[in-house]
Design a protein around this ligand. Structure first.
Ligand code: UT7
Length: 352
């Protein structure tokens, strides 16, 4: 049976390190609060006007392509996951394609936030298994620092996020018991505004009015992408109901992992490496405890990079692999939860 496998993986993070102390210069926060509540010590920020989600994605992609033993001309499809695209439209997929100089192939952008990489992996898996494509380039990249609120009002969101990119090449494998064994995707839009970056948008006040976020006059401004009022009232930043997201995440992470284990007849003790989306060290630790996994079977790097959303799983997966913690035949479990709400999991028998 043909399965798909991760044939090459790479990541890129910007050079600039921003510590919790650095952020405390702009807003009322402190290193102790951030570390205690999230585990984060520092994150990376891209260079404005030089780097973007696309340029970071390109750097990660080049590494993944080389490690897969192919050339960029072999790539036959692109999937790009980001919530911080260079443009409102078109998406980053075509921009990355242009930068790589491989016109003509399909390029798909997906918007599934923290679950973006797992969603992208599942899409790539289906395309490869059906025989449609043989070398899919899957990228997750974020330029969060360009859109955060650096005043105290935004502190619960801003201290969490960081910039970076990860990429993978997905290829077919016929090797027995290797490759992507299963993927599981879920969403519940009931909670869409609990973690959202609403303006600019074409909502025309419809949903904001409903949720009481103070949209000024939907009839007058309906359909506009960005109003002066939004700017004046500083409604142009991401907002998050942290405790609500936390509560949902700690329920859905174990649920979707168990779903993947049940689908494959495996147990949590069979997992050799668990790579959770890096949302909060406390969430990862909670899930680790639920699965009864020892520390050496969980890869966390939120301490260094913060939450890089669509990039967080490929960066962590790549780091774990580079550190020699993922070997041929290992069972790797990926799981993510985030804005939407969306969540998902994947089980991979490494190699192939
Ligand atoms: O990957 C996408 C999914 N996102 C997540 O998974 C995030 C999930 N949620 C979380 O990780 C946590 O809810 C946070 C880390 C965002 C917040 O931690 P918390 O323990 O839930 O804190 P809280 O929001 O309940 O706030 C507690 C207090 C508040 O002050 P008062 O009202 O008790 O006086 C906040 O204003 O902490 C305050 N606070 C801060 N203080 C210092 C919020 N952010 C900060 C900050 N520095 N950065």
């Amino acid at each position: 049976m043909t399965r798909s496998k991760i044939a090459g993986i790479g990541y890129y993070v910007p050079e600039r390190v921003v510590t919790n102390h650095d952020l405390a210069e702009y807003m009322d926060t402190n290193d102790e609060w951030i570390q205690e509540r999230t585990g984060i010590k520092e994150r990376r920020y891209a260079v404005k006007h030089e780097e973007t989600s696309t340029t970071m994605g390109v750097e990660a992609a080049k590494i993944a392509i080389e490690r897969a033993g192919i050339t960029k001309e072999d790539v036959d499809f692109i999937i790009f996951a980001t919530l911080s695209p260079d443009y409102y439209f078109p998406g980053c997929g075509v921009l990355l394609q242009r930068e790589l100089g491989i016109p003509g192939i399909g390029a798909l952008d997906i918007r599934n936030q923290c679950s973006g990489f797992v969603y992208g992996l599942s899409i790539a898996d289906q395309f490869v298994k059906s025989g449609m494509y043989k070398n899919i380039l899957l990228v997750g990249a974020e330029f969060h620092s360009s859109g955060l609120d650096y005043s105290t009002r935004g502190r619960n969101v801003t201290v969490i996020f960081g910039d970076g990119a990860g990429a993978a090449i997905i290829q077919p494998t016929t090797e027995e018991n290797r490759g992507i064994l299963t993927t599981h995707l879920h969403a519940d839009g009931t909670h869409a505004e609990q973690l959202a970056y609403i303006n600019p948008g074409a909502h025309g006040g419809k949903w904001l009015g409903k949720k009481g976020f103070g949209y000024p006059d939907p009839d007058k401004f309906g359909g506009m992408f960005l109003t002066q009022h939004m700017v004046d009232e500083e409604q142009v930043f991401p907002n998050m109901n942290g405790p609500a997201v936390f509560k949902f995440a700690v329920t859905k992470f174990p649920e979707v992992i168990n779903e993947a284990l049940e689908a494959t007849g495996l147990n949590a003790k069979d997992i050799d490496m668990f790579v959770p989306h890096q949302a909060n060290l406390r969430i990862s630790q909670f899930v680790q405890k639920k699965l009864r996994l020892p520390d050496e079977k969980v890869w966390n790097n939120i301490q260094k990079y913060g939450n890089t959303t669509a990039a967080s799983i490929p960066i962590a997966l790549c780091e774990a692999w580079e550190a020699g913690k993922i070997k041929d035949g290992d069972l790797v479990c990926l799981a993510a939860f985030g804005s939407g709400f969306t969540w998902g999991s994947a089980l991979i028998r490494w190699g192939g």
